[in-house]
Design a protein around this ligand. Structure first.
Ligand code: FMN
Length: 220
């Protein structure tokens, strides 16, 4: 077998893909107390129980003092229809632009939080800051998730959640990619029984057979 060769490209933040999320925030002090949105690629899950997410923000962002002042943020997951808006939120500052208004996005306020989520997002997680860690260029805010809201259309009638239908956006090497609807596998599929693979990976994604239409010149 031919052996791969590799090129050393230096010490970079090369983890890929990462989620591209849009984080809602709103400060408490004058000049910072309007709803704002910032796109974040340096976001992650950092604990299961209690559930905690992290977002890393540069101090020069308008969002930074907003999160510090309020001690809260909302992580909006991004799908294909929101992809361009997410890019906009990552190149324009809330210092100069009302991003909700500029993008025509509706706001969704939820109990216990002063900042507004994006009303069309597939899902959003509402977090209260537990820790702020200065790392260098960025400060990492570790937020405890208080509630997660998922758009109704992503549930089946039996209550099962189908996040794969959202076409969530992944970010890799400066580009946005909507995740394919059909999964390659599921947690534990490498060791799952054939019957489980069929039920979870093959049957739900079978395309219905095309309807037969009568051929040209033939009597129906
Ligand atoms: C795809 C993408 C990912 C980004 N990730 C981060 C990030 O993780 N942390 C950060 O501080 N800025 C990040 N930015 C830059 C901010 O989103 C951008 O500077 C934004 O305009 C800041 O808005 P604000 O000044 O209203 O806070 C990212 C931008 C893009 C387009």
């Amino acid at each position: 077998m031919k052996e791969n060769t590799y090129r050393a490209i230096g010490a970079t933040t090369f983890l890929s893909p990462v989620p591209a999320v849009v984080v809602s925030c709103r400060g408490t002090q004058e000049g910072f107390d309007a709803d704002n949105l910032i796109t974040i690629a340096w976001a992650g899950v950092v604990n299961s129980d209690p559930p905690m997410l992290s977002v890393s923000v540069r101090p020069e962002r308008h969002s930074y003092p907003q999160i510090v002042q309020s001690g809260e943020f909302i992580v909006n997951l991004i799908d294909k229809p929101l992809c361009k808006a997410a890019d906009f939120c990552g190149v324009k500052s809330g210092r100069d632009v009302d991003k909700f208004a500029a993008l025509g996005l509706d706001k969704r306020y939820v109990e216990g939080f002063s900042c507004a989520a994006i009303a069309s997002a597939p899902a959003f997680a509402c977090c209260k800051v537990e820790q702020q860690i200065h790392l260098g260029t960025h400060d990492m805010f570790i937020g405890r998730v208080h509630q997660v809201y998922v758009r109704e259309d992503l549930f089946d009638e039996d209550g099962s959640l189908h996040l794969e239908r959202a076409g969530l956006i992944a970010y890799a090497h400066g580009q946005y990619f909507p995740l394919r609807e059909r999964p390659e596998g599921f947690f534990g599929y490498s060791v799952a029984r054939e019957e489980v693979i069929r039920r979870r990976l093959i049957e739900p994604y079978k395309k219905p057979a095309p309807k037969k239409t009568p051929g040209k010149g033939r009597k129906a």
